[in-house]
Ligand binder design. Sequence first.
Ligand SMILES: NC(=O)c1ccc[n+]([C@@H]2O[C@H](COP(=O)([O-])OP(=O)(O)OC[C@H]3O[C@@H](n4cnc5c(N)ncnc54)[C@H](OP(=O)(O)O)[C@@H]3O)[C@@H](O)[C@H]2O)c1
Length: 219
Amino acid sequence: MTSYRIAVLGGTGPQGKGLAYRFARHGHAVVLGSRSAERAESAAAEIRDRVPEADVSGAENADAVAAADVVLLSVPYDGHDELVDDLAPVLEGKTVISCVNPLGFDKQGPYGLDVSGGSAAESAAAIAKEATVVGAFHHVSAVSLWGDAEFLDHEDVLVCGDDPDAKQVAIELARTVTGRDGVDAGRLRLARQLEPLTAVLISINKRYKTRSGIAISGL
Ligand SMILES: NC(=O)c1ccc[n+]([C@@H]2O[C@H](COP(=O)([O-])OP(=O)(O)OC[C@H]3O[C@@H](n4cnc5c(N)ncnc54)[C@H](OP(=O)(O)O)[C@@H]3O)[C@@H](O)[C@H]2O)c1
């Protein structure tokens, strides 16, 4: 597998840190990004505690992106557009993977938000026009990612995007999580279906007190 240098924006949160841990233990170099270099470095130290040989460091978001060829967006949807807009100049030419799920919660539980750009991934693509955006890792839970299982081998990572090469990067990186290639789910606009599907998983998790995932049959 190609070794990538991956910036994880939002790398101090559970999802970014969990994916960074999976990437790092499979030999990818990771820079956790944060609005605070100190917070990023402290999250990187947590990963190094678990994987002493890992090449993981922390930096402010823009510095993390500058050092990377692949960028994972793992920040809340609230504030996402502003962050992507700020970083658009440094995102130029990079493969950007978004796992951002624009969700709301009310008395009835979780639901997918209406997103003016269609989906978070499409919004990122519209804002950072010189980056190549794909969507992936929307449905893997942060708790499972940080857990002890070698692979989340009962789950699939669905990947959507318009650029085959960028999609292939996410398909390969999925191996670090599930032990097998991610599933090519189609064009980037399908992020409109993939992102809010997470609301269904959260609802199932609540009802059955579990951490559900997605597995595709018939492949
Ligand atoms: N948690 C899950 O199980 C899960 C599963 C699948 C997908 N996701 C998606 O992955 C993304 C991250 O999830 P999470 O649970 O890790 O989120 P989180 O803990 O709420 O946020 C992650 C990090 O984003 C940064 N951040 C917060 N607000 C920001 C803003 N306005 N501008 C820039 N950076 C900001 C913070 O880092 P600093 O303060 O250090 O900058 C924070 O530690 C979300 O979009 C979520 O929908 C989550």
